[in-house]
Design a protein around this ligand. Structure first.
Ligand code: PMP
Ligand code: GLN
Length: 379
């Protein structure tokens, strides 16, 4: 058995969801919205299933979806993609990450990761033979310090794995930070795998710059997206990869042996959804922002210190001087207050920040109010 997987613990999302069920808790741990997703998009998927679109689609994805992805990024970011050579459909962002890391890392290559990091990253990097090197981000700003890049980049650095907007910090990297990173990538001839699944979940008019849109990085970046996040359909697992042809070609070789394809009816529905009007995308932002504001107010009223949330549907609190670490707090919170949350220390490999707790606010106000009442009584 491979020790990387036999020794890794069960994902914190699964563990907290199980505890939430056991304690009949309000589950604000694992990130999924209680909104069912746009009805027209769901209807398209149903129609496609019933009309018989159920056999293997083309390995790279159906042309309708690959073209829609290219159109979507042209519309939102002025990014010109050649859909036949630069766009591929995967079974979720998770598969896109797996394909990219398997394809781009040679055993012994150094890979730069930014902790806190999404839980799948490290085991996948290790299994691909990469040697992880960590940039550590800390609250309240979670910014990249140039000194850390200077200390980590070297001639063995091959891949940078970046998540922007960043889960769990709910922050967006500024363009200057991306340009700084880009200068190090160019100097050391590294490529970036950029997980941008949260690209549409942005608040307060904050701008998100896809790394692939920096002209100097056009041939060095693999951009990953997910329909699960864009349409609040997390169970669909339709993801996409956009990259220059020489990168995509190799990633596609990994994809053909990992899943080979993705359900065609779901692809057709996502293709339809990506062409929805701007007002749909702006409307979902507005709705999430209203939920964020409602929940932040409630948490502040029960005396908790709320950190800024500029993106994603997560809100963090800082426990400060409570004298209890995040993991202990979350274990007690789910058992005693019946509210599940995620300890942010779970997103670190070493020297974790242990005072921050993440809540998912993509829920109805009544659900958020129940959670706030219970947390208030618990405090
Ligand atoms: N990357 C990040 C940063 C995520 O937050 C998530 C899921 N929330 C994923 C990847 C996985 O996306 P998918 O469900 O499309 O595999
Ligand atoms: N991405 C979601 C989160 O961050 C959940 C993903 C999962 O359950 N693996 O909570």
């Amino acid at each position: 058995m491979n020790p990387i997987f036999s020794q890794v613990s069960t994902s914190v999302f699964e563990t907290m969801s199980r505890l939430a069920r056991e304690h009949d808790a309000v589950n604000l741990g694992q990130g999924f919205p209680d909104d069912p997703g746009p009805e027209d998009v769901r209807r398209k998927a149903a129609e496609a299933v019933v009309s018989g679109w159920n056999q293997y689609p083309p390995m790279m994805g159906i042309p309708e979806l690959r073209q829609a992805i290219a159109r979507h990024y042209q519309r939102f970011h002025g990014l010109t993609l050649d859909w036949e050579n630069e766009v591929m459909v995967t079974s979720g962002a998770t598969e896109a990450l797996t394909d990219s890391l398997l394809a781009l890392i040679e055993p012994g290559d150094e890979v730069i990761l930014f902790q806190p990091m999404y839980d799948a990253y490290l085991p996948l990097v290790r299994r691909a033979g990469g040697i992880p090197r960590f940039v550590t981000l800390r609250p309240p700003h979670w910014r990249i310090e140039e000194d850390q890049l200077k200390a980590l980049f070297n001639d063995r650095t091959r891949v940078v794995l970046l998540n922007n907007p960043l889960n769990p910090t709910a922050t967006v990297f500024a363009r200057e930070d991306l340009e700084l990173l880009g200068r190090y990538m160019a100097r050391f001839d590294a490529v970036a795998v950029c997980d941008e699944v949260w690209e549409h979940v942005l608040f307060d008019d904050v701008a998100h710059t896809p790394l692939l849109t920096l002209p100097a990085l056009r041939d060095r970046v693999v951009k990953i997206g997910s329909a699960g996040k864009i349409f609040s359909l997390t169970g669909w697992k339709v993801g996409f990869v956009c990259a220059a042809p020489h990168l995509l070609r190799v990633i596609a070789k990994a994809h053909q042996y990992v899943t080979f394809t993705t359900p065609p009816a779901l692809q057709a529905a996502v293709a339809y959804g990506l062409d929805k009007e701007d007002s749909y995308f702006l409307g979902t932002r507005r709705d999430f922002q209203a939920a964020r504001d409602h929940f932040a107010r409630g948490l502040a009223e029960v005396g908790l210190k709320v950190l800024p949330s500029k993106a994603t549907y997560f809100l963090n609190i800082d426990l400060g001087e409570r004298g209890e670490d995040d993991a202990t707090f979350c274990r007690r919170l789910v058992a005693e207050a019946r509210v599940a949350a995620i300890p942010v220390s779970a997103f670190y490999d070493r020297e974790p920040v242990t005072s921050v707790v993440r809540f998912c606010f993509a829920k109805r106000n009544t659900t958020l109010d129940t959670a706030i009442d219970r947390i208030g009584a618990f405090m």
